[in-house]
Design a protein around this ligand. Sequence first.
Ligand code: IDC
Length: 480
Amino acid sequence: MDLGSAPITLFPLHTRRNALKRFFALLATCAMLLGLTALFSPQAAAATGCRVDYTVTSQWQGGFQAGVKITNLGDPITGWTLKFTLPDAGQKVVQGWNATWSQSSGPTVTAVGADWNRTLATGASTDLGFVGSFTGSNPKPTAFTLNDVVCTGSVDGGGEEPPPVPGTNTPVSVNGQLHVCGVNLCNQYNRPIQLRGMSTHGIQWFSKCYNNASLDALAEDWKSDLFRVAMYVQEQGYETDPAGFTSRVNSLVDMAEARGMYAVIDFHTLTPGDPNYNLDRAKTFFASVAARNADKKNVIYEIANEPNGVSWTAIKNYAEQVIPVIRAADPDAVVIVGTRGWSSLGVSDGSDESEIVANPVNATNIMYAFHFYAASHKDNYRTTVSRAASQLPLFVSEFGTVSATGGGAVDRASSIAWLDLLDRLKISYANWTYSDANEGSAAFRPGTCNGSDYSSSGVLTESGALIKSRISTADNFPTS
Ligand code: IDC
């Protein structure tokens, strides 16, 4: 093409200059408007982002169960709605947990955060799940939104993990050496705190569940403050190999310490129920672990798991012989004393806390154990705890979401009523159990401890998902 001969219409010079001026003025106005919008728009300041891991944990003819793990990668949120689309028209949500689930008509599924998991700090996760039905095929959804923001993630639980929590700002680094103040557990700033965490199952049976990977998950993913080490004395426990069990407990204390978690050393007496049966063993064991761990800030001693079939006077007598052994080696550690009727404050024996209030253990810096199993122990136990909490320092060193057998179905309503009460009273707790035992109280599905994944939602039981969603919320420990 011959440009030289192309017909070009030229405006007079001043007209062109004015056009250019108008063009630049327009550009400037646009830039200003864009700038102002960015400055004044409320969205401009809030960072958003999310990750969703979707795992089909089991599938059978016409039905399936799915775990959904949400991680907030943006600024803290105080409420959330998760949405996704089920790809096949025959797929339906039947029943869900840890959120309010709905699928009105069509393929869009909505899950709205529940009271206990609607607040998610930056990096915090919560596990939900549902049982679904399907007719044709059962493809996995691939696109998720949280509060209308598109989430990254995977449908198999693999892929990129959220960044690990650094080793600073751990429960132990923030709170330091604990002590009892009034009826509370207090930190180094003399402020009441609540520790929330997990108990092992019997370490004689489930040692495969307590390793670097599972403890990492407990500290970083569950954000547990506490790791209770349940060392049975009978049932193939301590009495069969005192040196071996003592050293196993010490190494678990070290593993908790390395991750900034408190460790409760639980002398897990159960049968026989009179702790005096094990008095000599208790003295030997506690003399050894107290001397070895005296300089640590993360150790709490629990001297008798669940006295039963025995009077309060006998328990008190046991405590007043074991506590001085601990104090001689480790003067400043908190000690938890079991109570009558399987640590029910006597309620399971038809008594209550008044016998302790009238005749307390003659020692300082101690707390009294209260244990419950949500499906078995309900309102009358809660009433006792509410009343006793104003008179005695209480520590829920063991509880289950199921029946007192350790099995059966999760009683969600009772578990939530209990956890709300403990939160309100700032009573610390440890859940039975961080294990893959084949019973409803276990947090992990059977076989989990044969692998190395303790973090994805697919390995959790219903109890595990509920408890993890409660434990992994922010602690906000006071620091002055
Ligand atoms: C249960 C275990 C179960 C085991 C049984 C006997 O879950 O697998 O067979 O002990 O050792 C407690 C005890 C705790 C019990 C638990 C559930 O402290 O040892 O564990 N429970 O029965 N008190 C109330 C309930």
